[in-house]
Structures are given as C-alpha cells and as structure tokens.
Design a protein around this ligand. Structure first.
Ligand SMILES: O=C(O)CCC(=O)C(=O)O
Ligand SMILES: [Fe+2]
Length: 278
C-alpha cells in the first residue's frame, strides 16, 4: 500500500477555511468492515449517550478515550490519519488522541447539534492552545442535507473562541456571534460519501440539523491534540490526550483481526461526567 500525504494546497486550504475534505480516504472494503462491526457493537450500544436537542429530538453517541486494537482504534491510529493531523496542527510535539465518538443519527430520530466550536467545550478542560486541537470526521454512511450532514462557516476558526452557553441539553455558541459570523461568511453544507474524511479546526463554528430522512447518518469523529497541550482540567481521558499515539500501518484495518470495543479497554464516557453537557 502506498503511503498517503496531504498536498501543500490541501494544507493551505485547511488554514484558510478551517476545514478540509479528503474524498475517498477510506476504501469501500475498509468502510464495509467498519460498518459491519459498528452496527453490531454491543459495547457501543451499552455505552450510548442520548443528548436531546432543543426540540427534544434525540442524538445518540458513544464516546471513549483509549484508541485500542479494535477496528476504530486501528483507523484512528492509522498512519494516514495521524500524519495528516500532524501536517495540519500547529506545533511539533507528537500527536495524541483526545477522544473518539461514534455518532449515530438514526432515521427520523437523530437530533440536531447546535452551532458550536469544539474548543467551546474543550476550553472548560483547560486546554490552552486551540490550534493544537482538531476533529476528524469519517463518514461511515453518506452524509447529505437530507440526513443532517455537518454545516460549517468557513473562516470562523480565525474568530477565536466564542462564548458558549446552554441550548437545551447541549452547549451552543452565543447566538449573537453566530448571527454575525453568518452575516460575514457563507454557510457550507459538508456533504460526504462513505469513506470521505473531514478534518476541522477546533474553533470552526459548526452544527447539524436533525435527520428527517429514512437513512441513518453514522460517522466516527476522532479528536486529536498535541502532547505540548495538556488539558489541566481534563481527567476523564486519564492522560491519553498527552500520550503519543501508537501509530499502526494503513493496511492494519484490513489485515488485522479486529472487532468492536470493550469496556475494559476503551474507557467510555458516562453522561454525568461530560463537562460539555453540564
Ligand atoms: O455529528 C454531528 O452532526 C456533529 C457533532 C459534533 O459537532 C460534536 O459532537 O462535537
Ligand atoms: Fe462539534
């Protein structure tokens, strides 16, 4: 397998817009394996957290801190993802994993996510450097306007951190700043095909609408950090967020035996412990 690396143009685009889509970073075979494990993953369903949006629609997610030898861990730790993140983040310290989550937006049920910056949550964990943090969304199913794909406001990562407060059970960015951002910059619907990967800056404003379609929208979001950026109020990850990732070759996803998560390995988040939901 040839190794993958981002081009200088892609890196420039990320810095300009605050996000970058890499189409087809995963092959159909890889997605098929991931999907087969995910839909049947008992530990994921046992640890699913339901978060209501403003209208009472339920968004389901499972969040864990430790990327292991399970199928998601092999992806999160893969050379192509870690090298890409390394090329995009500010700084030079090793790339670490903060957490991953499986977002399960079920047909006609999957709720909306309010406008927010991920760093709006992570700031509470006392991470100092938003440019050293990012999220990577991998589409396990196609994501489009019908099933509530992600929406972003390009360039908003340059606004710095916006105040966040409660919006239903979720934490959202100040409506005033969202309105001003939308007056200044366009809104982009991030439509993805299964296997496409979206890299986005921890300060880009994003949201998604409910899934009113009859097709599920599943994605894996892995969040990365540099070792030089400790979260001084981050206890749940038990140091994972400043532990360099044990990188695996890209072909591990297809060549290694790997199944779903286990409670003993993954270190799942419980809803009552989530600072972002408090
Ligand atoms: O999956 C989505 O639609 C958005 C989720 C999100 O932005 C988050 O969990 O921080
Ligand atoms: Fe987010």
């Amino acid at each position: 397998m040839t190794s993958f690396s981002l081009t200088p143009d892609q890196i420039r685009q990320y810095h300009q817009d605050g996000y970058l889509i890499v189409p087809g970073l995963l092959t159909a075979d890889e997605i098929a394996r991931l999907y087969t494990v995910a839909v049947d993953d008992q530990a994921v369903s046992r640890n699913a957290i339901n978060v209501n949006d403003r209208t009472g629609k339920r968004s389901k997610l499972s969040l864990w801190y430790k990327p292991g030898n399970d199928i998601y861990g092999l992806l999160t730790r893969s050379r192509r993802l870690v090298d890409s993140v390394d090329a995009l983040l500010d700084g030079t310290a090793p790339v670490c994993h903060f957490h991953s989550k499986l977002m399960q937006k079920e047909p006609r049920v999957g709720g909306a996510w309010e406008w927010h910056q991920d760093y709006g949550y992570w700031y509470k964990n006392e991470f100092l450097f938003p440019d050293q943090m990012m999220s990577v969304m991998l589409a396990i199913t196609d994501a489009n306007r019908e099933n509530g794909c992600l929406q972003v406001i390009p360039g908003t990562h340059k606004m710095g951190r916006v105040e966040h407060g409660f919006a239903g059970e979720q934490v959202g960015a100040s409506q005033r700043y969202v309105d001003l951002a939308l007056k200044t910059m366009p809104l982009v619907y991030v439509t993805l095909k299964a296997g496409d990967v979206l890299f986005f800056h921890s300060n880009i404003l994003h949201r998604s609408e409910a899934n009113l379609s009859d097709r599920a929208r599943w994605s894996l979001i892995s969040c990365y950090n540099r070792q030089s950026n400790p979260g001084y109020n981050e206890v749940a990850s038990a140091g994972a967020c400043i532990t360099p990732i044990d990188v695996v070759p890209d072909d591990a996803l297809l060549t290694r035996e790997a199944g779903g998560l286990t409670e003993a390995e993954a270190n799942f988040l419980a809803k009552e412990d989530d600072l972002a939901l408090k």
